[in-house]
Design a protein around this ligand. Structure first.
Ligand code: F6P
Length: 526
């Protein structure tokens, strides 16, 4: 571990020691278990299936202290520029009023923007917002990618069952530059009753630029009315100038700020489709759930602090126990997009190999995060989880109260979620030598997260806990969780290739790239 060689040596020794203790024995350690179960805002976290004992928990807490985690947390909540490579503060907590020490002007800007957003939302949902032929809005097309897409789509789909959704327009999401995405969204839409929301923090992201331009052409081809853009396009961005140049009306632009990272932005104007789907009251409940997580993170003692414990255990699993991946297993279909959202949140934040002083690091940071929906996954990739050779960790997400009133389905869903965690923990050791093909090693660490119900408060709290977990892991690994320089190289490489696909000389490319460009050119003559 960075700057903590002695401590890391102790953790490595502990990792070897814990490998000699079965999960079965750990689970029976009653002195350990109560400290590994915590609840907040209708979310219950059970860490008892993790492979740690009291001594390891103490060592991990000492690591957090050595890395000055509390001081760094306080610096983040005060608006210090902890995103050093971009010289930016990190204050997504201020979007939900969870950072009372944030600069006053930030907090005021958030409150003013929220009021404007809520006015627009009420107008759209009530039918007051009229299109250019004086018709109410029926369909909303959200155009954005990455952090400007994944959070909003997750929450819109997760909370579509709320009663407030009855006044919502139909919400469609377009992210990919693949034309199939926007073509599918536009099928059957009437431009007179359609509103586009173009969301891009930078307003320079290729996919969003292309999709927004296609949406505008689609709209103009059908309306022949450039003046009507004002009633049918909304923008969300930090780059108000570029959005105005694109042709968006100033009064339809909602600001973002450089102290909000894209993947932490669903609480801001980026979450406009969420507000449209569930209404402003429920959106406030989502914010309130997240605020509870902020307050808990700042105030709860270390040994009860849920994001801190999540991060300590996840870091332990990755760096000490060498788990290759983290499987996020949603035992609730409404949370089917949670793994996609967490992939960006965790992998874009902590998939780093250079520390805060710019030194290359030689310990494992964020592992591959993937996942899917239970019980479907049990009939596909769970075979590898139970009998494969790869070590993994898992988060099980379950919802205690069902909204569907089909009790038998729900009980089977929960029974399977609980059973899969049990199998991954305890495994199965057949006594009959002829039955070794049934052997399941078990001993894989997992966390069981149970939401009392899937409401806005619980979901807000859950997502904010993951956000703070990401921050803590960045501190433990001594990396900057808030930049994403790794994505730039591929974006830049695509620029000349785009021109070469259309005929520019590709002879300077490496042989594999040149071959592919030529192959595509033969099949798509210009
Ligand atoms: O390419 C990565 C990225 O910058 C993400 O960090 C971000 O969420 C996404 O692209 C979209 O960026 P923007 O909101 O600026 O269009």
């Amino acid at each position: 571990m960075p700057n903590t060689p002695e401590h890391w040596a102790a953790l490595s020794a502990s990792a070897q020691r814990i490998d000699t203790i079965s999960s079965d024995r750990l689970l029976k350690d009653n002195a350990r278990n109560p400290g590994l179960r915590h609840s907040l805002a209708g979310c219950h976290f059970d860490f008892t299936r993790q492979r740690v004992d009291g001594q390891i928990l103490n060592e991990l807490q000492e690591l957090a202290q050595r890395m000055k985690l509390s001081a760094k947390r306080d610096a983040m909540f005060s608006g210090d520029k902890i995103n050093t490579s971009e010289n930016r503060g990190v204050l997504h907590s201020a979007l939900r009023d969870g950072a009372p020490k944030a600069p006053t002007q930030y907090r005021q800007a958030v409150a003013q923007t929220k009021q404007r957003l809520f006015n627009a939302v009420d107008d759209i949902r009530s039918g007051n917002w009229r299109g250019f032929t004086n018709k109410a809005i029926k369909d909303v097309v959200h155009i954005g990618i990455g952090g400007s897409h994944l959070g909003p789509e997750l929450v819109v789909k997760a909370l579509a069952h709320l009663p407030g959704s009855t006044s919502a327009p139909n919400i469609h999401f377009v992210a990919n530059v693949d034309a199939k995405d926007i073509n599918t969204a536009l099928i059957g839409l009437n431009p007179e009753t359609t509103l586009f929301i173009v969301v891009s923090k930078s307003f320079g992201t290729l996919e969003t630029q292309i999709n927004a331009a296609t949406a505008r052409s689609w709209f103009l081809e059908r309306t022949c009315n450039p003046q009507a853009i004002g009633q049918h396009f909304i923008g969300v961005t930090t780059n108000l100038e570029a959005a105005a140049q694109f042709g968006l009306n100033e009064q339809n632009l909602f600001p973002l700020w450089d102290w909000v990272g894209g993947r932490f932005s669903l609480w801001s104007a980026v979450g406009l489709p969420i507000m449209l789907q569930i209404g402003t009251t429920a959106f406030d409940q989502l914010l309130a759930g997240a605020k509870q997580a902020d307050e808990h993170f700042v105030n709860a003692p270390a040994e009860q602090n849920i994001p801190l414990l999540s991060a300590l255990l996840a870091t332990w699993n990755t760096t000490a126990l060498n788990c290759d991946s983290l499987a996020v297993l949603s035992y609730d279909q409404r949370l089917a997009l949670l793994p996609d959202f967490l992939q960006q949140l965790e992998m874009e934040s902590n998939g780093k190999s250079v520390d805060l002083s710019g030194e290359r690091i030689d310990y494992r940071t964020m592992q591959i995060l993937w996942g899917g929906c239970g019980t479907n996954g049990q009939h596909a990739y769970h075979q590898l989880l139970h009998q494969g050779t790869s070590r993994f960790a898992a988060d099980f997400i379950m919802v205690a109260r069902d909204a569907l009133e089909r009790k038998e389905h729900h009980q089977w869903l929960l029974a399977n979620g609980i059973a899969q965690g049990q199998a991954m923990t305890l495994g199965h050791q057949p006594t009959n030598p002829d039955e070794q093909h049934r052997h399941v090693t078990g001993q894989n660490p997992s966390t069981s997260i149970v939401l009392d119900e899937l409401g806005p408060t619980q979901l807000g709290c859950l997502l904010a806990i993951y956000e703070h977990k990401v921050f803590c892991q960045g501190v433990l690994w001594n990396i900057n969780s808030f930049d994403q320089w790794g994505v730039e190289l591929g974006k830049n490489l695509a620029l000349p290739i785009f021109d070469q696909l259309q005929g520019d000389d590709a002879s300077n490319q490496d042989p594999a790239t040149r071959h592919l460009i030529n192959y595509f050119r033969v099949l798509n003559p210009s």
